[in-house]
Design a protein around this ligand. Structure first.
Ligand SMILES: [Zn+2]
Length: 165
């Protein structure tokens, strides 16, 4: 017969396993929060966005590379913009966030930061960046690798656009 010891006889929980569990849980939470950042769905909500419009647009692809973003290394290894010579934060958008899948460069006079777009064959994206050649009905969609940006090429597509309210 199983004898359950009274509470006073039970061993107190050992500190080390408790600490280890806390660390594992903490590490997982951090991992999942990063995962959340990387894959967080971009979706317009009616509280912050106007009704969508469909616009025929030229959509090109870009990545963080020198060719796509017009920067170079100085002789001492600092990335600078080709034209202005100002420091380039590689991989950061002009709005100040890290470029990722879904990052879109646009003419922010027409499509301000935060504008959400749905590009056929690419998916949802958010305007977070600008580009010297990106004017008017032209979007530049971010890809993690240069080869993918090249593969995307230049396409004329009907893009669904949600302008911020
Ligand atoms: Zn590139």
């Amino acid at each position: 017969m199983l004898k359950i010891p009274p509470a006073t006889e039970r061993k107190p929980p050992r500190l080390v396993p408790a600490l280890a569990t806390a660390l594992v849980v903490g590490a997982l939470a951090v991992l999942f929060s990063f995962e959340g950042c990387a894959t967080m769905a971009i979706r317009p909500d009616s509280a912050h966005y106007r009704k969508p419009v469909v616009v025929k647009m030229t959509v090109t692809g870009y990545c963080n590379c020198r060719k796509c973003c017009g920067w170079r290394y100085t002789w001492y290894g600092k990335p600078v913009y080709d034209k202005s010579g100002k420091t380039k934060k590689v991989g950061m958008t002009s709005s100040g966030v890290r470029a990722r899948t879904g990052t879109i460069a646009a003419d922010i006079k027409k499509y301000p930061y935060g504008t959400i777009v749905e590009i056929p064959g690419y998916g949802y994206g958010r305007v977070e960046d600008i580009g010297g050649a990106i004017k008017g009905e032209h979007l530049d969609a971010w890809f993690p690798h240069h080869a993918e940006a090249l593969k995307w090429g230049k396409q004329t597509l009907n893009v669904k656009v949600w302008l911020p309210k």
